[in-house]
Design a protein around this ligand. Structure first.
Ligand code: ARG
Length: 597
């Protein structure tokens, strides 16, 4: 399948060749003046500059060479030498037919599929979730879906933060809090038999729940900042845990499992599902071997009692700090786990590309880790990419929090958005005829669409302000608007089916049909650009444009009341295709439209 832009690009490049000029000048883009033409080529100006010739003269030669091309209805020179192209109705209709037959609604495949890991979300056990995790999850999910849809073998990994000092803090806090559990927590040894493990969890599970972790962790973290002795206990507990002390291990497994179950449930409610929940702990066994190997490669230096890898390069414009592999106290650090994870992924999946969808503030961390990985030969130069993003701020301009000063709870956020969605549905008089259960499901979909679309519609580097009222509106560039448009088309198609009307051969005639088809045609280009730039906002832009073009078409070209059966069939075909593409794009953003509202 070739889109019209590519078809015309080919034609114009051939025309440049034919008149003896470099065909690279034949680049075709959508017209800046859609009222005058569909596409344009500005190459005559650049070609004229290079050849010291008159641009209009070159444009005229190109226009002549294009004469009679079946996809072109009109070609004109504008201003100093722009070539304006209007697509023929035959080519538009043929393209429409092609899209109508395509169950991917025009979504392309990349020419060279790769093995890709998207590392996103990055939630932690105990440590509170913040907007960085929320944005990482929303953006990462979309990038993962895009890679998968375009043909890459893709895995999304939550890179679960389940190791490190916060675990020691929790162990100490539980030890102090639950006197009756101490015999269990203090269990020595390294391995337990089945019955002991069963009894351990029977004792611990009913006593230690998520609410306890939420309460104990901040307390312990605060206390460790104040009291050196408490801090030391937590450090020792961390070290003992990592050495495999039985009671700590089992308790830690409990923390990890209950946290993960709750996170999985809440993420799933947001349409975010990780393929892998590999934890930082999973690569811990690789670390001693890795450190030995770094030493053998002479990459490891001793620095004030710590072991580091120097990654600075001569041409660095700024200071790039070394990677701290082993601290002076002998512990592995955040970067150590990341490096070991790169090694682990190479051994288990051998990815061509790993995208780290993580807060922009971690840019330096990743630069250091990636360089160390390249030096150690764990990854091919350029195959590790940090996809950073800005923050979602509250009205006060600071990173958003759900409650005054409180932590971000996905559950609270979802419930807040659902309340707002219900209110918006009532205001718009939507969904009032639905059975209660379906209304609730719809409100949930509207809520998710509001939150996610508001995030994805901005280029990820930009920070934005959380404004649920605006995000949830059924008007403007919002998720709910898009769901509503999809629902409208679904209801139109249901009505058509009830009347026995069927989609037929598409003929593009009216201006609104032409505009709609041109937007549909641009889908593959938008997706490939979003893919190259890891920029889901380009998908968001596209689907919004599409919904608007459909709206205009629907207002200008009656479908069920079309003048004759052929026109009705054509318009139904166009509507079906538009819906399929809207749903495809929504899916890539991680959204789903209800059947009715
Ligand atoms: N858990 C980390 C945090 O909360 C984010 C992990 C990001 N991914 C990674 N491979 N480091 O900051």
């Amino acid at each position: 399948m070739t889109d019209l832009r590519a078809t015309l690009g080919e034609a114009v490049r051939a025309a440049f060749s034919k008149v003896g000029l470099d065909d690279a000048f034949g680049r075709v883009t959508p017209s800046d003046r859609p009222d005058l033409a569909d596409f344009q080529c500005n190459g005559a100006l650049a070609a004229a500059k290079a050849a010291r010739r008159n641009p209009r003269e070159i444009a005229a030669a190109v226009v002549e060479a294009l004469a009679g091309h079946p996809a072109i209805a009109a070609v004109e020179i504008a201003g100093p030498g722009f070539v304006n192209l209007t697509v023929s109705e035959a080519a538009l209709s043929a393209r429409a037919q092609e899209l109508a037959r395509d169950d991917r609604a025009g979504a392309p495949y990349v020419p060279d599929p790769r093995r890709v890991i998207v590392d996103y979300g990055g939630p932690n056990v105990a440590k509170e979730m913040h907007v960085g995790h929320l944005r990482a999850s929303i953006i990462g999910e979309s990038i993962k879906r895009l890679h998968r849809a375009l043909g890459d073998e893709t895995l999304g990994d939550a890179h679960f933060g389940d190791w490190g000092f916060q675990m020691g803090l929790l162990i100490v806090a539980c030890h102090d809090e639950f006197e009756d559990l101490r015999p269990w927590i203090d269990l020595q040894g390294e391995a337990a038999d089945e019955p002991t493990m069963t009894r351990f969890f029977e004792a611990v599970a009913p006593r230690v729940g998520l609410a306890d972790l939420d309460r104990l962790y901040p307390m312990a973290a605060a206390r460790a900042r104040e009291e050196a002795e408490y801090r030391d206990r937590a450090r020792r507990a961390t070290a003992d845990l990592q050495r495999g002390r039985l009671g700590y291990r089992l308790l830690w497994r409990h923390f990890r499992d209950i946290t993960r179950a709750a996170l999985e449930r809440d993420f799933h409610a947001l349409g975010i599902d990780f393929d892998l929940w590999r934890g930082e702990s999973d690569v811990d066994p690789l670390i001693p071997g890795m450190v030995g190997e770094l030493r053998d490669q002479s990459l490891l230096y001793e620095d004030q009692g710590a072991q580091i890898v120097r990654v600075a390069r001569n041409d660095d414009k700024r200071d790039v700090p070394p990677l701290l592999v082993v601290s002076s106290e002998g512990s592995a650090m955040y970067g150590t786990t990341d490096l070991a994870t790169i090694l682990d992924r190479k051994q288990t999946f051998d990815p061509d590309l790993v995208l780290y969808v993580v807060d922009q503030r971690q840019a330096d961390h990743f630069e250091t880790v990636f360089r160390a990985a390249y030096l150690a030969g764990y990854a091919k130069e350029g195959s590790l990419v940090h996809i950073g993003f800005g923050t979602m701020n509250g009205a006060d301009g600071k990173p958003f929090k759900t409650r005054a000063g409180g932590v971000l709870k996905l559950r609270d956020l979802i419930e807040m958005a659902e309340d707002k969605a219900r209110q918006r549905l009532h205001e718009a008089d939507l969904g009032s005829e639905l059975p209660e259960e379906e209304f609730e499901a719809t409100a949930h979909q509207v809520a998710v669409a509001a939150l996610k679309f508001a995030d994805l519609v901005n280029f990820r580097g930009t920070s934005y302000v959380f404004d649920l009222d605006r995000f949830s509106s059924f008007e403007g560039r919002t998720g709910p608007y898009l769901l509503y448009q999809a629902v409208r088309i679904k209801s139109l198609l249901r009505k058509a089916a009830a009347e026995g009307a069927e989609a037929g051969e598409i003929r593009i005639e009216a201006p609104a049909e032409r505009d709609l088809l041109l937007v549909l045609d641009a889908y593959p280009h938008a997706l490939l650009e979003a893919y190259d730039k890891s920029a889901p906002n380009l998908i968001a832009d596209h689907v919004y444009r599409l919904a608007q073009a459909f709206s205009k078409f629907y207002a200008a070209c009656p479908v069920l009341a079309a003048p004759d059966a052929a026109a009705r069939g054509s318009r139904l075909g166009l509507s079906t295709t538009a819906l399929r593409q809207i749903e495809s794009a929504l899916d890539l953003l991680g959204l789903e439209a209800p059947e009715r509202m």
